[in-house]
Design a protein around this ligand. Structure first.
Ligand code: EPU
Length: 339
């Protein structure tokens, strides 16, 4: 038995640990497995995972260049934030808006991490890994990764079939600041280091540090609704933040909906909706995964009743046998709690 790291501070075990690639020979393909870096986007809803825990050892940091770009190849086991800092310190800009995101480099493409106007997909050249079906090392180009908002092929067709070992980024030498996110717009002609520092400040002021108050960042995805649904909502609340999408749909701020539903600071046993950012659920100490899921179920149900919008988790739910459908899991809890 081995403990699985996770930023929700949950005590959870797996059957055995496999360090990849040095212990690859111990891997049993017919047994379930989970790849965990920091466990910063996972909610374990059982106290044990009945399978193998894979931890990646790759820590390459290779910088190549063309006339116009840096091509940076990074091992999946590297810590994301340290890597962002290392690149900026080396004068290679482009990741500054993604500072302080918890987790590893290998986890970044899986959920296409994003913050402050930049998404991983905009900088990704390719993702390399071991395909368990073909038993080959394969490289997927940006398009093959099928990136979308907090989505990728690694959560869909390649789920449980691909072990990401390396990521290659393409960072232009003709760097330009991305100040599209409101609170960054006040910076005047900033350097990448200044943006990096500002992003760290904003995150530290709103988002709780998982080392002090266990959490997994945004718990829910921002919902994307049909224009017709949005037209009703704006009548109900003219101040509702909205981000029109290229396909005519409208992205809403889940944090705003949760906040307006009066749920900031709401608790379920030891789990709490964070006071500074309603999109974050925290473990105040001693919570088990189901307590956090119960709080999430309450949030989903209350927001649905008030705004007719369903919030779906960004955090992935892991049960004894492996990943479970998080929305279905919450609906089951809602049904049970009604009894
Ligand atoms: N808002 C409230 N009350 C709240 C929280 C937010 O009214 O309690 C409002 C804000 O005032 C703002 C809007 O909702 O008008 C959006 O809030 P914010 O700018 O804080 O961003 P977010 O949509 O809540 C997303 C990402 C974050 C990322 C920030 C900044 C998702 C699910 N979350 O949050 O990513 O850091 O934008 O770009 O897309 C994460 O994924 O773990 C994460 C932290």
């Amino acid at each position: 038995m081995v403990k699985i790291p996770n930023t929700f501070g949950l005590t959870v075990t797996a059957k055995r640990l496999i360090k990849w690639p040095s212990q690859q020979a111990l891997f049993k393909p017919d047994e379930s497995f989970i790849i965990v870096g920091a466990g910063s986007n996972l909610l374990f809803v059982d106290a044990e995972f009945d399978g193998q825990l894979i931890q990646l050892e790759q820590d390459e940091f290779i910088i190549e260049q063309t006339a116009s770009d840096y091509l940076v190849t990074l091992g999946a086991g590297l810590n994301w934030h340290q890597t962002v800092k290392r690149l900026i310190d080396a004068g290679i800009d482009g990741l500054e808006n993604l500072a302080l995101i918890p987790g590893t480099v290998g986890a970044a493409p899986v959920q296409n991490i994003g913050a402050y106007g930049v998404e991983f997909s905009q900088l990704c050249e390719s993702v390399t890994g071991y395909n368990l079906q073909t038993q080959q090392v394969e490289t997927l180009n940006n398009q093959q990764c099928q990136f979308a908002y907090r989505e990728s092929v690694f959560k869909k067709q390649l789920k449980d079939k691909f072990i990401i070992t390396q990521v290659t980024l393409r960072l232009t030498k003709n760097w330009q600041a991305n100040l599209s996110y409101g609170p960054l717009a006040e910076l005047n002609n900033p350097t990448a280091i200044q943006i990096f520092e500002q992003v760290c400040l904003i995150r530290q002021s709103k988002l709780p540090d998982p080392a002090k108050l266990p959490n997994a960042g945004s718990f829910f995805k921002n919902p994307v609704v049909e224009a017709s649904v949005f037209n009703q909502l704006i009548k109900q609340d003219p101040n509702i933040p909205n981000y029109p999408q290229a396909d005519g749909k409208v992205k809403l701020a889940a944090g705003y909906l949760i906040d307006k539903a009066g749920l900031k600071g709401a608790v379920y046993q030891n789990a709490k909706v964070h006071q500074q950012q309603a999109l974050v659920l925290v473990n105040q100490g001693g919570s088990c995964g189901v307590e956090i899921a119960n709080l999430a179920a309450m949030v989903r149900q209350t927001v649905l009743a008030l705004f007719k919008v369903k919030l779906n988790p960004e955090v992935r739910f892991i049960g004894k046998q492996g990943e479970v459908d998080s929305a279905q899991f919450l609906d089951l809890l809602i049904a049970e709690n009604k009894k």
